[in-house]
Design a protein around this ligand. Structure first.
Ligand code: G7M
Length: 293
């Protein structure tokens, strides 16, 4: 990672997210494109008795009106108390760059027919090598030191591990992802009533594992699925309720998925119509929904 950052030649800013205080940069390392994301680490006083744990150093008051004070401060930082999280994609493909570039969004209405015509071919093109990182976690021992729970059963098995987005420190921004072993579920559309016992078991195992390790109750956790996801291999997001949901236009809570499947029967979500938004440069918009009008 060090050598990638030191060789990184900045070209442009793809996006900035003021709310989560992050910036996404596009540049080159040697002759290949790279995307670097820098995100300020969340404040955390987990378990500490006083605010010295925050590491505030110098403080300067800038303004003051009645009971309202405003100022700036510096904070101690080192690798145990880092100021930023860094994610790099290198080499980055055009699909990665599209995904991270700030774009106008469009609302789409995905009927069962448009799913078959536009979305299913797109999903097929997004399997294989693009989800290599998933197979690395499932079968090649990647990120093994962080795995909270692993069950290798080819049907019911899964790996529960911290999502890339979690800083691994702050409990209130806890973010896990449960990636399943089976590869016959590409998205929400592939779920039907036969999956109810499977999903119910998955939910219980995830909740118990998080409770045992972090003491968080099911009422403090959000378990949900994205549609469209970025990666078409079934996975469940597990976050602390305090964490603002980001990234995807449409997410559905696992509890609601399980409940709806009881009514949807063996056809499952294949007959549903979904409304969600996607970026204008997303292939599903540019090469799909935009041409339907
Ligand atoms: O939007 P979608 O449902 O496809 O979300 C995929 C999730 O996987 C996101 O929350 C990503 O942050 C997470 N993720 C992506 N990659 C490439 C990795 C990775 O290499 N390791 C881990 N632990 N999480 C990842």
């Amino acid at each position: 990672m060090n050598s990638i950052i030191s060789d990184f030649k900045y070209e442009e800013t793809l996006d900035t997210d003021l709310a989560s205080k992050s910036i996404i940069l596009l540049g080159r390392v040697k002759d290949q494109q790279a995307i670097v994301t820098l995100e300020k680490v969340a404040f955390s006083l987990d378990g500490a008795k006083d605010i010295s744990a925050l590491g505030l150093l110098e403080i300067e008051e800038q303004d003051h009106n009645d009971v309202y004070f405003k100022g700036v401060g510096t904070m101690a930082q080192n690798l145990d108390r880092p100021a930023t999280k860094i994610n790099i994609i290198y080499p980055a493909t055009e699909t990665h760059i599209k995904k991270y570039r700030q774009q106008k969004k469009r609302v789409v209405l995905e009927t069962p027919e448009l799913y078959q015509k536009i979305v299913l071919p797109y999903i097929s093109s997004m399997r294989g090598d693009r989800i290599k990182w998933v197979y690395n976690i499932l079968h090649e021992g990647y990120e093994a030191d962080r795995v909270l729970l692993r069950d290798d059963d080819p049907v019911n098995g899964f790996v529960l591990l911290p999502d890339l987005k979690w800083d691994l420190v702050s409990l209130s921004s806890l973010y896990f992802v449960a990636i399943v072993m089976r590869n016959d579920i590409a998205s929400l559309r592939d779920l039907n009533s036969s999956h109810i016992p499977y999903l119910t078991l998955l939910r219980e195992q995830i909740l118990i594992a998080i409770k045992d390790k972090y003491g968080l109750d099911r009422s403090q956790l959000l378990l949900y699925i994205h549609y469209q996801p970025s990666y078409y291999h079934f996975h469940i997001h597990v976050t602390h309720i305090d964490l603002e949901r980001r990234g995807s236009s449409f997410s559905i809570l696992l509890d609601n998925v399980i409940d709806q499947l009881q009514f949807l029967g063996p056809e499952g979500f294949l007959q549903s119509t979904f409304s969600y938004f996607i970026k204008e440069n997303h292939d599903l918009w540019a090469k799909g929904f935009a041409l339907e009008k």
